[in-house]
Design a protein around this ligand. Structure first.
Ligand code: MSP
Length: 499
């Protein structure tokens, strides 16, 4: 079983922000979960370095596009380990190996008869690097995403015959209900296709910062085609001496934000069909993280939440947890430092951290650290025996927030179980030693199960916890709520120390 997950590749026009961290964290949660299930996983992220967004930002900063790209790509590359992301490769589209591979694929698209020369005139957003059709223009002739005025562009260039894929795309959507998720986004993409597809520019004649068109080196490819192809080109050179295409293509899921839906659900499958390549299995479209004022976060509005500040204050696990628990994955949601603090204190420290500390402290106090060798309380087993399956099913359906919610039910249940069984009362009565054994063994089994299930969301805290339990395995088979896996516990420092 292989599992290939990607993030969008990030524009290097500016430094990374929370929106970028979000997609990377979500992809990492999936990658880690699938690795736990012993699947052959490939997780790709990287930077989108060509095109107008980068060329314009470089010019404003008084740098060449390459200098600007190198500078910012380094920030993005440094962000991934900081987020504890376990990407298998980091692709940069300025990599000459990517450039050559893009030229090969697009030459094939031309050879297959889907490219022609023509003239284009339309409204263009240089920040999106996108020509907008009538339905995509906001009041005042502005970009609905960047809110800047659109520019009128007219040029002679190469065209991709997107319109010829209308029927095939409609068939693809009909055959594969889950090609685009969530369903509301699928409907949006389908409506766009049904409204009639127009051919799109494949190249730009006015720009030099890009991949040269092999049959017309005066022009460069339109950045979106160069960028989308990263998902297939990376497999050719990510592992020197080995082409990973057979092993991982088609991708299992591309994770993208809603602003780039059209490119991934319409242009991308059409381009692959034109090149004679298989289309990805699914595209998951997430929403926007909004500022405290309910608008999309942006530097100019100053309404953002800084991921670095969150990590400095509360740690990387808190950021990972907060983003995927507070905002339903797939929907828009406001984020704020107050929100982080509330989840950190209320759930991570008080619910999960406290449960782990109490459980271990009680085994140390009442049983000298030796876990009683008895079965898990049937009351817990009945309710949670199927939890690992539920979580896996939800992650498979890309429902990351419901998956986390299901796990959190066990955290809450175990806390209630402590209150119900009151081990400190049982410990005072020798006649109730059996009950105390069951309570302690059940709590240890529950906490160990959590340390496996929560690994994708909370890699640092769960590692510490598994260490104290002498149960380092993250294998999903070990997520089951069973006794006997842990025989001895060791002292545990607070998992989420109060700030
Ligand atoms: N370079 C293109 C993607 C090419 S993929 C072949 C691009 N880059 S981007 O840097 O502008 O955005 C990358 C991702 O970050 C997008 O999925 C976008 O939705 C996401 N986010 C940027 N700001 C965001 C929020 N405020 N909230 C959530 N995600 C948003 O587009």
């Amino acid at each position: 079983m292989s599992f290939y997950v990607t993030t969008p590749i990030y524009y290097v026009n500016a430094a990374p922000h929370l929106g970028h961290a979000y997609t990377t964290i979500a992809a990492d949660v999936m990658a880690r979960h699938h690795r736990q299930r012993a699947e052959d996983v490939f997780f790709l992220t990287g930077t989108d370095e060509h095109g107008e967004p980068v060329a314009l930002a470089a010019e404003a900063a008084g740098r060449t596009p390459k200098e600007h790209a190198d500078l910012n790509a380094a920030h993005f590359e440094a962000l991934t380990p900081r987020l504890n992301a376990t990407n298998d490769f980091f692709i940069r589209t300025s990599d000459p190996r990517h450039v050559r591979a893009v030229q090969d694929v697009l030459q094939r698209v031309k050879d297959n008869g889907y490219v022609y020369e023509g003239e284009y005139e339309g409204w263009y957003c240089p920040r999106c690097a996108d020509f907008k059709n009538d339905t995509e223009i906001a009041d005042g002739n502005r970009c609905p995403i960047h809110e800047i005025e659109l520019t009128r562009e007219k040029e002679t260039n190469w065209f991709f015959a997107l319109s010829r894929f209308q029927e095939q795309l409609e068939e693809l959507f009909a055959e594969r209900e889950d090609f685009v998720l969530p369903t509301s986004r699928r409907n949006e993409a389908l409506a766009f296709i049904r409204s009639g597809l127009h051919d799109v520019s494949l190249s730009r004649s006015t720009l030099t910062w890009g991949v040269p068109v092999p049959w017309d080196p005066e022009q460069v490819f339109y950045v979106w085609f160069d960028a989308l192809l990263n998902y297939v080109t990376a497999l050719q050179f990510a592992d020197p001496g080995q082409d990973l295409t057979e092993r991982f293509w088609p991708a299992d899921v591309h994770i993208v934000g809603k602003d780039i839906l059209k490119f991934h659900t319409v242009y991308w499958p059409a381009l692959l069909l034109a090149a004679g390549l298989p289309v990805p299995r699914r595209v998951f479209v997430h929403g926007f993280l909004l500022g405290s004022d309910g608008r999309k976060m942006s530097k100019s509005l100053g309404n953002g939440l800084d991921p670095f500040e969150v990590m400095d204050l509360y740690g990387v696990d808190a950021l990972r947890y907060y983003l995927l628990r507070d905002v339903a994955f797939g929907a828009d949601g406001s984020v704020s430092m107050d929100g982080v603090k509330a989840r950190f204190e209320g759930e991570l420290a008080n619910e999960f951290g406290n449960l782990a500390s109490r459980t271990i402290a009680m085994v140390l106090k009442y049983r000298d650290g030796a876990v009683p060798g008895v079965d898990v309380d049937p009351a817990l087993l009945d309710a949670f025996a199927s939890l690992p399956q539920t979580v896996a099913d939800r992650v498979d359906a890309l429902e990351l927030t419901p998956a986390l919610d299901a796990i959190w039910e066990l955290v809450k249940r175990l806390n209630r179980y402590v209150e119900e069984t009151t081990p400190w009362v049982l410990a005072k009565d020798e006649a109730r030693a059996g009950e105390l054994d069951t309570a302690l063994a059940s709590l240890v089994a529950g906490v160990r199960s959590l340390a496996v299930l929560l690994h994708p969301w909370l890699p640092e805290a769960t590692e510490k916890l598994r260490g104290a339990l002498g149960a380092p395995s993250t294998a999903y088979a070990d997520a089951a709520l069973v006794a006997g896996r842990v025989t001895q516990v060791e002292k545990l420092a607070p998992l989420f120390p109060k700030q």
